[in-house]
Design a protein around this ligand. Structure first.
Ligand code: ADE
Length: 225
């Protein structure tokens, strides 16, 4: 999979993809990430990328030309399966969306800043808009990093033990059950006997029950879906 990201603050994206599982996915050739600095498509001597909004009001808006020129230059080189805009005014990211996106070949992500981008960019180029939660970040870069992380770890071969991604929280609309490791008794705090029993069908039943209970307590909304 190849992911291109357009950003007005590309430095923010330098670090998140150079660690652990995502770094290994890149080294194995399973994921390629290319960051494009919107400023290099800016207009005039000052490389302008934003302007005040029509109709008045506080806050700058990212202009149509630099973004359109950047997108069209990238589109001349390849066809994108999705062009995604990261914004708080969109549906919230779910595991199901990450699953869908992990099967794509080429994804382009546009990150917003300030008041966002000129609406005409959204109308013309964007195939999907994604928010990572009901709160506002200073820009879409960290949101894009979250999205990329959640997608890349699902690409077959990225996580060694395939079942590990398949048993994540949300993969079946349930939160994960509790997990434990050695020691089995820490200052009197004991691991549930069932996990030490070696009875694997019973352990699976216990885990399902715990996942359901936890979901009911913390995220009952997931059970309605
Ligand atoms: N940009 C600013 N806030 C955001 C959010 N919550 N999700 C996605 N992009 C954003």
């Amino acid at each position: 999979m190849r992911i291109d990201i357009i950003s007005a603050a590309p430095d923010l994206l330098k670090s998140p993809f150079n660690h652990s599982i995502i770094k290994r996915a890149k080294e194995k050739g399973l994921a390629e990430i290319h960051i494009h600095d919107l400023r290099s498509f800016g207009l005039g001597n000052y490389r302008q990328i934003d302007d005040t909004q029509f109709g008045g009001g506080a806050g700058m808006v990212l202009m149509i030309e630099p973004i359109a020129n950047c997108i069209e230059q990238l589109q001349a080189e390849r066809t994108y399966d999705e062009i995604i805009y990261m914004t708080p005014d969109a549906k919230t990211l779910t595991q199901s969306v990450s699953n869908t996106l992990s099967l794509k070949e080429n994804i382009l992500i546009l990150t917003g800043h300030y008041k966002g981008v000129d609406q005409r960019i959204r109308d013309k180029y964007i195939t999907r808009e994604i928010s990572i939660g009901d709160y506002v970040l200073t820009g879409g870069e960290l949101a894009a990093a979250v999205l990329c992380d959640s997608i890349i770890r699902l690409i077959p071969g990225v996580i060694g033990d395939e079942t590990s991604a398949l048993t994540d929280s949300f993969q079946d609309n349930l939160l994960s059950p509790p997990v434990y490791t050695r020691p089995s008794d820490y200052k009197g705090m004991k691991v549930p006997d069932i996990l030490l029993s070696g009875n694997f069908p019973k352990i699976e039943d216990w885990r399902s029950e715990q996942a359901y209970k936890r979901t009911q307590q913390i995220r009952p909304d997931l059970l309605d879906e």
